[in-house]
Design a protein around this ligand. Structure first.
Ligand SMILES: *Cc1c(COP(=O)(O)O)cnc(C)c1O
Length: 394
């Protein structure tokens, strides 16, 4: 993508840069939410979500709200007071899920990874064999640490032990590989503003038939009026059958923008999209390595490809570095995890990101570090990134 003068490049882990056609859909005249055109658009969105999630058997939900509402919908609809839940924590979003499930009356057992690490699959397996749980959650990519966990093993373990699995994919869906049905994951949730590529405002999730059954068999009413699947299931079913329906007014323009973005994602092809994210993410991280900086995730296997979380040299402060980079027209994020907030930066490279964005960000990072007086070989990071990007070219 290109960037006009006078505007900056947004390289944070959401909201991300959006495609012009997606933004254009937001500016179209708003139609009735029960107009024939919008019904077709919404129905198409629900069908496309099944493809992007790799979940032909799943039930998609599109509801106005942020990613936290998507988490809330999973908690509100699947937890009944006294249910046991296992929460796998690799950063602040795992902590959020534990609090959220407790709010709905769950008895939560948390497994916390040391900062920068993932929880070993064997440790989850042990927890599952020692006690019985109704549900477990995993943050696929925890945006506060950049740690990616093994979602495939998580789904498998859930099936083996008869535990419902909920994957917080807010920083991974449509960027990191996820195959919901094949991997046996019961809920995969996200928000519009990350790798899905639509401005903030939509909570998106796909629920498996097992999750819908668990919801249908609950004894206690859902203690949340807006998030109740009973309200939303008929609405989703109606739009998919191309008939009008209403519970809460759908955000017409955002859903039209989502239709544009999902079409672009499907046109790119999921395999090509996963490969592009991998190539660009790893190229950026190779550049970071060449600058002698350390990643928050301690091993490459646990490093997300959608974002990088990086420790700064002791002499550089996160806020100062970010304002230096802003002078180059590149916006990156500071630390989010409370233990490393001041010592880290986070760079998003997902969605409509290209090689020029990644190299430009590495180059700006080098200049910013130099500007703060850090010893630096200017060009070393950019060169390593460029070499990684051009590796397979003849
Ligand atoms: C961004 C994010 C959230 C929260 O989403 P909001 O849209 O900010 O509510 C939850 N989980 C993860 C992994 C995220 O990256």
């Amino acid at each position: 993508m290109t960037h006009g003068k006078g505007r900056s490049l947004l390289m944070i882990p959401g909201p991300i840069e959006f495609e012009p056609a997606v933004l254009q859909a937001l500016g179209e005249p708003t139609t009735s939410h029960v107009s024939a055109g919008f019904i077709e658009t919404f129905g198409h969105v629900l069908e496309q979500m099944r493809d992007v999630w790799f979940s032909p058997s799943g039930q998609p939900f599109v509801v106005a709200g942020s990613g936290t509402l998507a988490m809330d919908m999973a908690g509100a609809n699947l937890i009944e007071p006294g249910d046991h839940a296992l929460v796998v924590i690799t950063g602040v979003f795992g902590e959020r899920f534990a609090q959220l499930l407790e709010r709905y009356g769950a008895k939560v057992t948390a497994i916390r990874a040391p900062l920068g690490q993932a929880v070993e699959t064997a440790e989850i397996e042990t927890a599952l064999s020692e006690a019985s749980y109704k549900l477990m959650t995993l943050t696929h990519v925890d945006t506060s640490t950049g740690v990616r966990s093994d979602a495939q093993a998580f789904g498998k373990m859930g099936r083996k032990h008869g535990v419902l699995t909920v994957l917080d994919g807010v920083c991974s869906v449509a960027g990191e590989e996820i195959r919901q049905d094949e991997w046996g994951i019961d809920v995969v949730l996200t928000a519009s503003q990350k790798a899905i590529g639509v401005p903030p405002g939509l909570a998106l999730l796909v629920a498996s038939p097992r999750a819908i059954d668990a919801f249908a068999n609950r004894k206690a009413p859902v203690p949340n009026y807006y998030a109740d699947w009973e309200k939303w299931l008929p609405v989703m079913a109606a739009y998919e059958k191309r008939t009008p329906s209403y519970f809460g007014t759908p955000p017409v323009n955002l859903i039209s923008a989502l239709a544009v973005s999902l079409d672009q994602i499907v046109d790119e092809g999921m395999e090509a999209r996963f490969a592009r994210h991998h190539r660009l993410g790893r190229a950026f991280q190779t550049g970071v390595d060449a600058l002698g900086l350390r990643h928050v995730p301690s091993v490459e296997r646990n490093r997300a490809v959608t974002l990088s979380a990086v420790y700064l040299p002791d002499s550089a402060e996160s806020a100062a570095l970010r304002s230096e980079m802003a002078r180059s027209g590149i916006v990156i994020a500071g630390g989010l995890h409370p233990e490393i907030r001041e010592k880290t930066i986070r760079i998003g490279h997902m969605g409509a990101v290209g090689p020029t964005d990644v190299l430009g960000t590495l180059a700006a990072l080098e200049r910013a570090l130099l500007g703060l007086g850090c010893a630096m070989d200017p060009g070393a990071g950019t060169l390593a990134g460029q070499k990684a990007l051009t590796q397979d070219m003849s």
